[in-house]
Write a protein that binds this ligand. Structure first.
Ligand SMILES: [Mg+2]
Length: 320
């Protein structure tokens, strides 16, 4: 950016004390230099968020900075990795210093809390978009992937589903929510919690995992496909929050929980013999979880209610 890219980076992104011992060289040279822990795999994930596609133009900059990072941290959580380093490429239509100040404050709030260090990036001029590359580390052999679910494994999810989608319904003005309900669900949408500790606790326990960014109905399909089995989900057992159940019809609540997305909970599979270990491991990280189904032979996902495949009418309404 012609006018002061380096000053902007200095002012909002690089004037911070080094935090991690494994960053040999941070922002300011041609490359960052990192020193991974021996016998650890480096987990890398890149995401681009485009204004108008992935977020509304009027999304508060603080929330945007926070969420852009934690949405990526959620991918590390799904692999059982712990966060290490992040680089950030920002494209801005104009230099708006109050916006940049709020964005960087939100970004570093998450970065400092989760112990990830910004090691590089750039700022260019163009339509507003944010590209992040996060890197984490996981002991070799303990990574959790999408392709190791086995027939008979239980399907589980952490936390509750559908609140972020309920907040979006309200922002789109499709549902009216009282302020005491809107506030907590908007927090779930703008400041989601990446399940990093749960993901690490599930190393050597879960057979597969994925984070729920697009919604259970589409994310769980990836596990089924890559593991070569079929997921049976009992929609009656989905963990729905009280606010979701109270403010929309039960069909609508299921639709939001299954296809709303942006919950950033983990969906994982576990063999029946390991279920007790899940309980212990997740209790230690203060994470609730619910068994919602089981892997069987076949492919794709089947949704059931009261042990019967749900009707075509319902399926049409939920439209997976
Ligand atoms: Mg993901």
């Amino acid at each position: 950016m012609a006018c002061g890219e380096f000053e902007l980076i200095e002012r909002y992104f690089s004037n911070r004390q080094a935090q991690r011992f494994d960053v040999v060289k941070s922002i300011g040279d041609d490359c960052a230099l990192l020193e991974p822990i021996p016998e650890q795999l480096v987990a890398v994930s890149t995401d681009t968020l485009v204004c108008g596609v992935h977020f509304f133009a009027d999304m508060p900059a603080h929330a945007l900075g926070y969420k852009a990072l934690v949405a990526n941290l959620s991918d590390l959580a799904a692999m059982g990795a712990s966060p290490s380093w992040v680089s950030l490429a920002l494209t801005l239509p104009e230099i708006d210093e109050p916006w940049l100040a709020a964005f960087s404050e939100g970004f570093f709030k998450a970065a400092d809390y989760y112990g990830i260090e910004l090691i590089g990036g750039d700022i260019t001029r163009g339509p507003l978009s944010i590209t992040l590359t996060v890197q984490g580390q996981v002991p070799k052999g303990q990574q959790i992937t999408r392709d190791k679910a086995r027939i008979g494994d239980w399907v589980c999810v952490t936390g509750q589903l559908g609140d972020a989608a309920l907040a979006l319904e309200s922002l789109y003005q499709r549902t009216e929510l009282p302020s005491e309900t809107l506030e907590p669900v908007l927090k779930r949408l703008y400041y989601p919690t990446p399940r990093l500790l749960a993901g690490q606790a599930l190393r050597n326990i879960a057979s597969s995992a994925i984070d729920l960014s697009d919604g259970l109905a589409s994310d769980l399909k990836h596990i089924a496909k890559q593991s070569g089995c079929k997921a049976i989900v009992d929609v009656g057992s989905l963990p729905l929050s009280a606010q979701l159940r109270d403010h929309v019809t039960s069909e609508q609540a299921l639709k939001l929980a299954l296809s709303g997305g942006e919950d950033y909970e983990l969906c994982f599979t576990v063999s029946p013999q390991m279920l007790g270990s899940v309980e212990t491991a997740l209790k230690h990280t203060n994470t609730t979880f619910t068994c919602i189904g089981q892997m069987q032979t076949g492919e794709g996902i089947e949704f059931r209610l009261d042990n019967k495949p749900i009707s075509d009418t319902f399926r049409g309404f939920v439209h997976f």
